[in-house]
Design a protein around this ligand. Sequence first.
Ligand SMILES: Nc1ncnc2c1ncn2[C@@H]1O[C@H](COP(=O)(O)OP(=O)(O)OP(=O)(O)O)[C@@H](O)[C@H]1O
Ligand SMILES: [Mg+2]
Length: 248
Amino acid sequence: MGKIAAAAKSGQPKTRSRKMAASPAVLVSALSKSYANVAEELAVFSDVSFSVAMGNSLAIVGESGSGKSTLLNLIGGLDYPSSGSVQVFSKQIETMNETELAAFRNTHIGFVFQYHHLLPDFSALENVALPALIAGRREEEAFADARGLLQDIELGDRADHRPGALSGGEQQRVAIARALVNKPGLVLMDEPTGNLDERTGRIVLSLARNLQRRHALTLIIVTHSPAVSAACNHCLRLAHGHAAARAK
Ligand SMILES: Nc1ncnc2c1ncn2[C@@H]1O[C@H](COP(=O)(O)OP(=O)(O)OP(=O)(O)O)[C@@H](O)[C@H]1O
Ligand SMILES: [Mg+2]
C-alpha cells in the first residue's frame, strides 16, 4: 500500500469518531414532504423527527406508499424536503448543492436502492469497485476490496458477470457490496433482502452487521421483514403521514 493511501486509511476512522462522538449520526427534525400534483398537493408525511446514534441500526417499516423510500431519499440527499431538516454526521443535507451532495454521499453514505440501479455495461466487480475509483483510490486497492466483498456475499465466482447475467437476488447483493466498498459511516438500505431467499438474506444481513460492528457503521434499513427489523436497535413505523417509534 502506498504511503498516501495508508495515511488516508489510518486517519479517517479516528477523525470520524473524535469529531462526531457526541452528536448522532442522523438527526431528522420536523421533516415534511409533499408533492404538487395536478389536482391537489399530496402530503406524503409531515413533522417527522428522530435521531440515530452512531453505530446503531434503525428499521423503517410501514405499508406500501407510506413514504419509506421518500424518507430514505431525503436522508441520503437524493431529494429535497418541503420543510424541516436532515443532518448526517452534523452536516446539513438539504442546504448542500448537487456537487457537495455527490462528494458527501460518495465518502459517507452507502445507498442500496429498492431497485438496485447497477450499470448494465460493467461487470459485477467493476460495479462494486466504481465508487472506490470515483473516491480516488488506487485501482489495485479498489478492485481488491471489491473482490473481497463479492467473496463475503458468496459471489466471488460471478465477479465477471454483467448484471444482465445475474439473478435478481445476485444483482441486489452486488448493489449491497457496492454500497459498502468505501466503508461509509452511514448505509441506507431500501428493502435489501426483499428479493432474497431466507438463507441469502441472512448472509447479506450478517455482512452488514459485521461491518456495522467493525467500523461503527450506522444502518438505516427499510424492510417488510420482521426478522430484519428485530435485528435492528430501533424501529420507526410510518403510517397516515406520521412516524412513531415502534416496539419490536
Ligand atoms: N415523484 C413523485 N410525485 C408524486 N408522488 C410521488 C412521487 N414519488 C412518490 N410519490 C408518492 O408518495 C407516496 C410514498 O411513496 P414511497 O415510494 O416513499 O412509498 P414506500 O413506503 O417506499 O412504498 P413501497 O413499500 O411500495 O416501496 C406514494 O403514495 C407515492 O405514490
Ligand atoms: Mg419503497
